[in-house]
Ligand binder design. Structure first.
Ligand SMILES: [Zn+2]
Length: 414
C-alpha cells in the first residue's frame, strides 16, 4: 500500500504545488494537535524572475522560515512551513520568490482565504472566526483584500439606472450611502456618510470605471434635502424618482405621531400603546381577527383610526394602473390629508405635495421601482450579516460581498 505517496500527492495538490516545488515532509504535533507540512523547492531548479520573467541565478533563501495557515486536515489545524528562495535578476536585482499557494503579506494560504470568503457570505463573522479557528481581524483583512480587488476592477460602462439610499450602522450612530445599479440589482458603491459629497464621489467613481454620469436616465431616492439637489447636479439627464418605501415612511411616521398624541390625551392609553403594531400592518395583510380588532380600536381611538385609513389610501394610490389614474389619486389623497384635522398628516401632505412630480415619476418607471423592493431586502440581509463589523471598511466589504455580485479572484476550495 502506498499510503504515504498518496498523502504527499494530496498535500501538494491542495497547495497547488508543481515541480520544482515539492513536499519535503509532514508531521502531526500531538501536543499542539496540529499538522505541519514542510514545503521546499528543488535545489538545482532554475527560476525565472517573478517581476520581469528574465532568467536568473539562485540567490539562497530567506533568512527565516515562514508559516501559513491552511485548511484543516481531519479537523486538525494545518500549518505550511517554507523557506522561500531568492533569485538574482540581471534587471531587478535580488528578488524574493513567492510560493504558489500564497498571497503577498498574508499569513493564510490562498485556498484558506477562498474557503473563508465562502463561509463569510453565509455566516456572521464571529461564527466564521470560531469555525475557522482564526481571529476576526484576520478575516476582515482577507475580506477587504478580495473585495477591494473586485470593486477596483468593476466595469460600470453600461450603468443607466440608479437607486441611492442611506442606511445606518453601529446601532444608528453612523450612516453610509449605498448606490445600486437598479437594472442589474447590485451594489455599486458604499460611501461613508449621507451628504451631497457621497453622490459626487460616486459620480467620479462611475467616470473612472468606464461609466458616464450623462448616461444615467433614472435615479431613485428618498426625499432628503441633500440627495435631491446632489442627484440633479451630478446626473443632469436623470429623472429623479422618489422611492415608494420612502413615501410610505413619511405617512407611517405621521401615523405614529398621531397615535402618540392620542395616547397622551385618552384615559386608557395602555390599550392603544399595546395595539400600536396593529396600525402598522397594511390593510391587505390583516387577518380577519386583526381586522375586527382594528375596527374596534379605530372606534375607540378615532384619530389613529383616521390616520390609518389615510395610510391605506396611499396603498390604493400606488395600485394605480396609469399615470392619469395616479395623478388624480394623488390629488384626492392630498386633499383628504389636508382636511383630516390631524396636524402630522397635514404636514405630511405638504411634504408629498412638494415632491409630487418625483413621486408620480414612479408610474413612468415601474420597472426600476419593482427592482428596488428586492434590493432593499438584499441590503437588509447584508446589514444583518455585517452586524459584527465595527469599522466602515468591514461593514462596506460585507455589503459588497452579499449584494455586489462581484467576481472574486480568490480560488474556491470547491
Ligand atoms: Zn527581473
Amino acid at each position: 500500500m502506498e499510503h504515504i505517496e498518496n498523502m504527499t500527492r494530496m498535500m501538494a495538490g491542495s497547495l497547488g504545488l508543481e515541480e520544482p516545488w515539492y513536499i519535503i515532509g509532514a508531521q502531526f504535533d500531538e501536543k499542539e494537535m496540529a499538522l505541519h507540512i514542510h514545503v521546499g523547492i528543488r535545489r538545482a531548479a532554475a527560476i525565472v524572475c517573478p517581476k520581469c520573467g528574465a532568467q536568473t541565478k539562485r540567490n539562497g533563501y530567506e533568512s527565516k522560515e515562514r508559516i501559513w495557515r491552511h485548511g484543516d486536515v481531519m479537523f486538525y489545524p494545518c500549518l505550511v512551513h517554507c523557506r522561500r528562495p531568492k533569485v538574482l535578476c540581471p534587471h531587478c536585482g535580488s528578488v524574493q520568490v513567492n510560493a504558489p499557494y500564497e498571497r503577498k503579506n498574508s499569513r493564510f494560504t490562498l485556498l484558506f482565504e477562498g474557503y473563508a470568503m465562502l463561509i463569510l457570505a453565509d455566516m456572521p463573522i464571529a461564527k466564521t472566526a470560531a469555525l475557522l479557528r482564526c481571529d476576526e481581524k484576520s478575516l476582515v483583512k482577507i475580506m477587504r483584500h478580495w473585495i477591494n480587488k473586485a470593486v477596483d476592477g468593476m466595469d460600470l460602462s453600461d450603468v443607466a439606472m440608479l437607486a441611492i439610499d442611506e442606511t445606518s450602522f453601529k446601532r444608528g450612530h453612523k450612516y453610509v450611502t449605498i448606490i445600486i445599479d437598479a437594472a442589474k440589482r447590485r451594489v455599486l458603491d458604499v460611501e461613508e456618510g449621507r451628504d451631497a459629497e457621497t453622490v459626487k464621489k460616486f459620480a467620479e467613481k462611475l467616470t473612472a470605471k468606464g461609466g458616464d454620469p450623462e448616461n444615467i436616465t433614472a435615479v431613485t431616492s428618498d426625499m432628503s434635502k441633500t440627495f435631491l439637489p446632489a442627484i440633479a447636479d451630478n446626473f443632469p439627464k436623470a429623472e429623479n424618482i422618489i422611492d415608494k418605501f420612502h413615501v410610505k415612511k413619511v405617512l407611517i411616521d405621521a401615523l405614529d405621531e398621531v397615535r402618540k398624541a392620542e395616547q397622551k390625551a385618552v384615559a386608557d392609553k395602555k390599550e392603544l400603546f399595546r395595539g400600536r403594531r396593529l396600525f402598522m400592518i397594511p390593510e391587505a395583510k390583516l387577518t380577519n381577527e386583526q381586522s375586527a380588532k382594528l375596527a374596534e380600536m379605530s372606534k375607540r381611538y378615532p384619530q389613529t383610526g383616521r390616520a390609518y385609513r389615510i395610510v391605506a389610501g396611499l396603498d390604493d394610490f400606488y395600485a394605480s394602473r396609469t399615470l392619469e389614474e395616479a395623478e388624480s389619486g394623488f390629488d384626492g389623497l392630498y386633499s383628504w390629508m389636508r382636511r383630516c384635522r390631524l396636524a402630522p398628516m397635514k404636514a405630511a401632505a405638504e411634504t408629498l405635495k412638494r415632491h409630487k412630480d418625483k413621486i408620480l415619476a414612479y408610474f413612468k418607471n415601474r420597472i426600476t421601482n419593482a427592482i428596488c423592493e428586492g434590493i432593499n431586502s438584499m441590503i437588509q440581509a447584508a446589514k444583518r450579516k455585517a452586524r459584527g463589523f465595527h469599522t466602515f471598511e468591514g461593514y462596506s466589504s460585507m455589503i459588497y460581498l452579499i449584494a455586489g455580485k462581484l467576481q472574486l479572484a480568490v480560488p474556491k476550495p470547491f
